[in-house]
Design a protein around this ligand. Structure first.
Ligand SMILES: NC(=O)c1ccc[n+]([C@@H]2O[C@H](COP(=O)([O-])OP(=O)(O)OC[C@H]3O[C@@H](n4cnc5c(N)ncnc54)[C@H](OP(=O)(O)O)[C@@H]3O)[C@@H](O)[C@H]2O)c1
Length: 229
């Protein structure tokens, strides 16, 4: 049987690194990107020299997106997973955040992932999947407490851009998913977060399998439950 191939963007640490480990454990061949050199990711690549390779990408940088697409142009992937993201502005009101900072974070969480998916679109198989890491906080209809308002707005913007991405590529057969990982114990989620990385990435990998082939973009959590837009 053909070995399946995943390209995981933002694999240096946290959930992204967990997704790399989980797909290796499931027998996949993986290409992972890092922005900052990750000793853990490089140790994994040393242990799995035939099944894991590492590429460089700052998701905000359009030149780097194009260079990555050029380097990978002769490869094909079953799964492209855009995981990179950043938490910002928690506990801060709008007036306290500098404009440049807001622009930079929206570029990281919303515009960068979709531009990267556009640049890499053709190397994903027609029967493949493109998954984006969003957040429950990106649900507009479930915003009833307003907390983390800029971060949640950046994930709502990601959700909207992904719907446009899907429409723009119509009639592609590729499955497009937006995922919510839960509150996970990572640098972002914090030490007191209720969920561990290993359990959550297993849940996500199962959700990807269960949703494979869906033809409408979906916003789902780690238990495969639909989240309202
Ligand atoms: N943890 C949670 O509770 C939680 C909840 C909801 C949603 N999420 C989402 O899940 C995803 C992963 O979160 P996490 O908890 O694993 O966070 P994390 O531990 O802080 O890791 C963030 C990852 O994103 C990468 N990244 C950030 N900015 C980047 C950029 N400009 N270019 C390329 N890579 C960049 C980081 O790379 P570097 O090492 O170079 O910084 C790192 O690999 C994010 O999209 C986040 O919004 C997390």
């Amino acid at each position: 049987m053909r070995m399946r191939r995943a390209l995981i963007v933002g694999g240096s640490r946290g959930i992204g690194l967990g997704l790399v480990e989980e797909h290796l454990a499931r027998g996949w061949n993986v290409v992972a990107t890092e922005r900052t050199i990750s000793s853990e990711l490089h140790a994994l690549a040393t242990e799995n020299p035939d099944r894991l390779s590492i590429e460089k990408l700052d998701i905000r940088n359009q030149g780097q997106q194009r260079e990555l697409a050029d380097r990978l142009a002769d490869q094909t992937f079953d799964l492209l997973f855009l995981n990179a993201g950043i938490l910002f502005g928690r506990g801060t009101c709008l007036a306290e955040i500098a404009d440049d900072d807001i622009a930079d974070k929206f570029l990281t969480n919303a515009v960068g992932p979709v531009r990267t998916a556009d640049a890499l679109f053709n190397i994903v198989r027609d029967s493949g999947m493109i998954a984006f890491m969003s957040s429950f906080l990106g649900s507009v209809s479930k915003n009833d407490d307003g907390r983390a308002e800029l971060y949640r707005a950046s994930k709502a913007a990601l959700n909207s851009l992904v719907l446009s991405f899907h429409a723009r590529h119509h009639p592609s057969q590729k499955t497009v998913l937006l995922l919510h990982p839960g509150v996970v114990r990572t640098d972002m989620g914090g030490a007191d977060a209720p969920l561990d990385i290993a359990t959550r990435v297993k849940g996500h990998a199962d959700v990807l399998e269960q949703r494979w082939g869906e033809q409408h973009p979906l916003f789902v959590d780690y238990n495969n439950q639909i989240i309202p837009w």
